[in-house]
Ligand binder design. Structure first.
Ligand SMILES: [Zn+2]
Length: 320
């Protein structure tokens, strides 16, 4: 074993495992980067899902313990999931016992399919709201992702639904590690589950944090998301695994700064009697212009934030 954390982090990264079918090059190779002893993150593209990246945009968290393996957000499709499983197999003979779905966005959860055939079957876990949403719309999501990424990328991907077993404030025990479950609803999506391991100073935050990339807000609650981030920033943690991996200062803090900039700019514009066509000028976006997807995603976020803040303003709610 490697003696110190520093050595461990400095060790040559990763295990590459050739997938079952080498033809699917872009999506069939999963590298697991070590974060700390027993904790790994699948190397993923820090971008929105496209045909070119085959949806491999979620850094799945893998925690190897003496009691089995935890996988949080297994990824977008079965090919990726199988390659992830192959990479786990190269690390440990421990069975995958827990597969957590943080929220009902297809690129995070559709790789459940790759783990459903394992015996013993892992527990598939989500919040009640996420499980209900997946039951409601995974079929549409699968169709949408297939249209987006192409049929080849999604081959073999079937819908595997989680149990609605994760409750806010409960603890998930994986061997010697206890993960506190937080459910933020609504935030980035209708329900976002966070796993927090105080012993590891590690946060698994699903879709709640971005790094150098404009957040996706299509189903977001601006106020709910900001509140969730404020709570997460207050926790003692060194590492956040979400849509990208980094320190809280690289992920949680800038994501909140972006959402705050939307809130403050649009709030002031509403108070000054401006209309939605002036949203872009109202928000001080300079610090975020270099972020990925700014030209396409930021205008959509302005519209959504404007609608939400206008509704709240009409109802006389103070800006939180
Ligand atoms: Zn999401």
């Amino acid at each position: 074993m490697i003696a110190t954390r520093r050595n461990f982090l400095g060790a040559t990264l990763a295990l590459a495992v050739d997938a079952w079918r080498p033809a699917a090059a872009a999506s069939a190779r999963v590298m697991l980067d070590p974060l700390q002893p027993g904790v790994y993150v699948a190397r993923a593209v820090n971008a929105e899902a496209t045909r070119a990246n085959a949806g491999a945009v979620v850094p799945s968290l893998v925690h190897v313990t003496r009691a089995g393996v935890l996988v949080a957000d297994p990824g977008p499709q079965a090919v990726w999931g199988r390659a992830l499983l192959g990479a786990i197999r190269a690390l440990t003979a421990q069975p995958v016992r827990w597969v957590v779905n943080t929220h009902a966005h297809p690129e995070h959860v559709l790789a459940n399919a790759a783990f459903a055939g394992l015996r013993p079957r892992p527990l598939f876990l989500a919040s009640a709201a996420t499980a209900a949403l997946m039951r409601q719309r995974c079929e549409d999501c699968l169709a949408r992702l297939t249209a987006q990424l192409g049929r080849a990328a999604l081959r073999g991907t079937e819908i595997v639904l989680p149990e609605p077993a994760l409750q806010d404030g409960a603890w998930l025990h994986t061997g010697d590690t206890a993960w506190q479950v937080q459910v933020h609803a609504p935030a980035h999506s209708a329900s976002d589950t966070v796993l927090y391991a105080p012993q590891l100073r590690l946060l698994c935050a699903g879709g709640l944090a971005y790094r150098d990339r404009v957040p996706e807000m299509q189903e977001a609650s601006l106020q709910g998301w900001r509140q969730a981030l404020r709570q997460l920033i207050a926790l003692p943690a060194d590492t956040v695994v979400a849509t990208a991996t980094g320190t809280p200062a690289q992920t949680l803090v800038p994501t909140l700064a972006y959402l705050d900039a939307l809130t403050d700019g649009i709030g002031a514009a509403l108070a000054a009697g401006r209309d939605a066509s002036q949203a872009a000028d109202a928000v001080a976006a300079k610090p975020f212009r270099h972020w990925r997807h700014f030209p396409t995603r930021h205008p959509l976020n302005l519209q959504r934030a404007w609608r939400q803040l206008e509704d709240a303003w009409m109802q006389g709610e103070p800006r939180a």
